[in-house]
Design a protein around this ligand. Structure first.
Ligand code: FAD
Length: 409
């Protein structure tokens, strides 16, 4: 059995892998190496309550700093792994420190995709992945009246909602004809478009950005058509790219993510890859997929910890995700890509509804807006035997409130 585990990447996936190894009884050495200077922290609030200032830095930490020492988890932060010698089972850090491993976990995550149009390098153009990025946006937003958000995906829209709360005027530019088109059904895209417009966001759908203009700072955003849009602050959220550099340089199989098998083992049996960086087979998907979610990072970390203590299992956790925008909590369960039938339950106008997605007559995903009970039912149902269309009315029926519930003071 392995005695030395080295984890590359100290975030949701890496930090959880270290904790889960100890929780599973692993008694060997664990070293968590991170390129960022911080101990593992929650990224989701960076575009939500941390960006609005409702949450402070302390609340971001995944675990209290003392946890790592108490659990005998060595942390080497602000010092990226720059080389991986698979034949020697050794990694080399930027500082020159070398670490030998029996098992290596690559949890290198992802980096933001950058704009490539003319003017992309001007100052005043921000991206959001790390706490430092969020701090820079918060700082810039204090003096910005007009914000242009490029990208109408989850991150861009959460940033738009957070900065609208702060009072800035916000324009969102999305190249596709609808919002979050990669993951949401047309009903939900339309709902979110209306939500943002209702909050005063100027939404430009089907609009590509061709250039950012300004002497040193981006002052105007030029679109394919029409007048350029004036901006005091530009924030770009156009997706992420898995960080596979280390894996690739060591000759591991990589293709839009570090390729792993059903047990999350890479093309070297001593190496696992997890989280945003990994591309893996999943029983609910046709081919290998990559998921960008906290759920996936956590559940894959647990799966690999079990494998390392000698209890390998095929990774099959039901994917789930959430997004907070204004007063709306969207929760998604399953994988609805390729669905051929949808049913809407609840009340769209009242902002309380769920979209049920079926494929070949079977439930594959449920997207819920302010209906947390539907979300929990969906996660449970998707983890069990197949659910047919005929089962849906019983499964998602409104339950009467429990007698007496809510009456007690
Ligand atoms: C603003 C924002 C909001 C989000 N909101 C949600 C949400 O609402 N719900 C949800 O489910 N998900 C959300 N996500 C996604 C979620 O945060 C990610 O899926 C999750 O962080 C993935 O964890 P990870 O550990 O795989 O990767 P990451 O969090 O990207 O961490 C990878 C770490 O590895 C480090 N690293 C890379 N290369 C090296 C190296 N060579 N040596 C050492 N360290 C290295 C990186 O610096 C980084 O710290 C959000 C993400 C962002 C940025």
């Amino acid at each position: 059995l392995a005695e030395r585990v080295v984890i590359v990447g100290a975030s949701h996936a890496g930090g959880t892998a270290a904790a889960e190894l100890r929780a599973a009884g692993f008694a060997g050495a664990i070293t968590l190496v991170g390129a960022e200077p911080d101990l593992p922290y929650h990224r989701p609030p960076l575009s939500k309550a941390y960006l609005t200032g409702e949450k402070g830095a302390d609340s971001l930490m995944l675990r209290a700093p003392r946890f790592y020492a108490e659990q005998g988890i060595a942390t080497l932060l602000g010092d990226p792994v720059t080389r991986l010698s698979r034949d020697m089972r050794r990694v080399v850090l930027g500082s020159g420190v070398t670490l030998d491993y029996d098992r290596l976990i690559l949890a290198t995550g992802a980096a933001v995709r950058r704009l490539t149009c003319p003017g992309a390098g001007l100052s005043g153009v921000h991206y959001l992945r790390s706490r430092a990025d969020a701090d820079a946006i918060r700082h810039a937003a204090r003096a910005a009246r007009r914000v242009v958000v490029i990208g109408g995906g989850f991150i861009g829209l959460e940033i738009a909602a957070s900065l609208r709360k702060g009072g800035a005027s916000v324009t969102v530019i999305e190249a596709a004809p609808r919002l979050m088109a990669r993951v949401l059904s047309p009903e939900l895209s339309a709902f979110f478009a209306k939500l943002h417009q209702g909050h005063g966001v100027d939404l430009r759908l089907g609009s590509g950005v061709t250039a950012l203009l300004g002497a040193t700072r981006a002052e105007l955003v030029q679109l394919v058509e029409g007048e350029p849009i004036a901006a005091d602050l530009v924030v770009v959220g156009i997706g992420i790219v898995p960080d596979t550099a280390l894996a690739e340089s060591s000759g591991l199989a990589v293709d839009n993510g570090i390729l792993v098998d059903a047990g999350l083992v890479a093309s070297d049996p001593a190496i696992f890859a997890i989280g945003d960086a990994a591309r893996f087979p999943h029983p609910m998907a046709q081919g290998p997929i990559r998921l960008e979610s906290v759920q996936n990072a956590h559940d894959q970390a647990r799966c690999v910890a079990h494998a390392i203590i000698g209890k390998p299992e095929a990774y099959a956790a039901v994917p789930w995700f959430w997004s907070d925008q204004y007063e709306v909590k969207l929760q998604m369960a399953g994988l609805s890509a390729g669905a051929d039938e949808t049913h809407v339950i609840g009340d769209i106008a009242a902002q309380r509804f769920s979209v049920l997605h079926l494929k070949g007559g079977q439930l594959v995903g449920v997207d819920s807006v302010n209906r947390p009970a539907d979300h929990m039912r969906a996660r449970k149902a998707l983890a069990g035997p197949p659910v047919a269309a005929a089962d849906l009315p019983t499964l998602f029926a409104e339950r009467p409130a429990r007698e007496g519930a809510g009456l007690r003071a």
